[in-house]
Design a protein around this ligand. Structure first.
Ligand SMILES: NC(=O)c1ccc[n+]([C@@H]2O[C@H](COP(=O)([O-])OP(=O)(O)OC[C@H]3O[C@@H](n4cnc5c(N)ncnc54)[C@H](O)[C@@H]3O)[C@@H](O)[C@H]2O)c1
Length: 333
């Protein structure tokens, strides 16, 4: 165990160190002393997975956190798309002068792309970021549990599914955690590290330590719906939608109130549109099904109606607001 404090397991309010993410920091070829996860596997290179692979490869090139990052997709088309996403993200940093070309090459050189699952057999840590579907995740973990070496730790980036159910499907629940990154991964500092009743303390502390080594800030949480951030955020979005549904306040006034009265950078209806109303509905419907007695979980009727009409927010051009690409227009009153 890299950090032996049991107190850290129980309560971890404050990160030990905040690694600065300045891209211009000098790179070192020396491996980090005591690195726990020499070889990292990332499964799924979509919105989240490509960011996780890039962040880990940057820490690998800069601080020797990993010797290599194996980036896996089951389909070659999506593998190429993930590779392109990482390459263009790194290119943007170079063109903005935030990264030297030689460092960019070093980062890209740390990643191996593959559709061959055998390449994951001997990695030390797997971070999974495939689509949010419990059956697919369980099937994947059941296979990984059978093929990976006994010491490999599994970490799911799920936003809303039960870590415990996936952990049991893997056949190695003691080596299973949640690592909930935020979008965009390259910029967002927070990672919620989630433990179940089965999680081994040493494995959990090693993951907290890894999160800091890749330049993020870890907070620890038990396997509870929505972990910390979404447990507080999603019911707040539902309350905002319910206010509008009842006609208590307009979309514009709800959002303005939370911006100017609560200091939020964007109002809840704007945020719901930004996340995607289908994603919001998926999360809250899952919670209502699994926790029918919890009164803070409910589905407002207009949310369901908007999703049925394909008014999903930013991505379809209409939700609580009209959208033109990333530009928010007038509210749909
Ligand atoms: N989008 C967010 O803001 C966000 C934030 C935090 C966590 N998450 C979680 O991260 C995970 C991924 O979300 P995303 O938004 O990146 O999704 P995405 O749809 O952008 O990416 C998912 C990727 O997984 C790949 N994939 C699907 N099945 C696979 C399999 N069996 N093996 C390998 N690859 C497979 C797909 O080809 C796709 O590239 C989900 O669990 C989601 O809940 C998402």
């Amino acid at each position: 165990m890299m950090l032996s404090s049991v107190a850290r397991w129980a309560s971890r309010d404050c990160p030990r160190t905040l690694l600065q993410q300045s891209c211009l920091r000098s790179f070192s070829s020396a491996p980090a002393v005591g690195a726990a996860f020499d070889k990292l596997g990332v499964i799924g290179l979509g919105l989240m997975g490509h960011g996780i692979a890039q962040t880990a490869a940057t820490a690998a090139a800069r601080d020797g956190v990993h010797s290599s990052v194996v980036a896996y997709e089951s389909d070659p088309t999506f593998l190429d798309r993930g590779r392109d996403r990482i390459a263009s993200s790194i290119d943007r940093l170079v063109s903005k002068g935030k990264l030297e070309s030689s460092d960019a090459e070093a980062i890209l050189g740390k990643i191996t792309y593959t559709t061959d699952r055998d390449a994951l057999n001997d990695v030390d840590l797997i971070v999974e970021a495939i689509i949010e579907n419990m059956d697919m995740k369980k099937a994947l973990y059941s296979d990984l549990g059978a093929r990976c070496k006994p010491g490999t730790i599994f970490a799911s980036n799920t936003s809303s599914l039960s870590i415990t159910q996936m952990a049991l499907a893997s056949g190695r629940p003691e080596k299973f955690v949640g690592v909930h990154f935020f979008n965009p991964v390259q910029l967002m500092k927070l990672v919620e590290v989630v433990r179940t009743e089965y999680t081994d303390r040493a494995a959990f502390d090693d993951i907290l330590d890894w999160v800091e080594r890749i330049g993020k800030v870890g907070v620890s949480c038990r396997d509870t719906p929505g972990f910390i951030v979404n447990r507080l955020l999603v019911p707040n979005l539902m309350q905002a939608i319910a206010l509008v549904e009842r006609g208590d306040a307009t979309i514009k006034d709800v959002d303005l109130s939370m911006q100017l009265g609560a200091g939020h950078p964007m109002g809840p209806l704007h945020l719901a549109d930004y996340i995607g109303l289908d994603t919001c509905l998926f999360i809250v419907e899952g919670w209502v099904k699994d926790f029918p007695d919890d009164k803070s979980f409910f589905v407002p009727g207009i949310l369901k109606q908007k999703v049925e009409r394909n008014e999903l927010g930013r991505k379809t051009g209409k939700g609580f607001y009209n959208w033109s690409g990333d530009k928010r227009g007038d509210p749909v009153e």
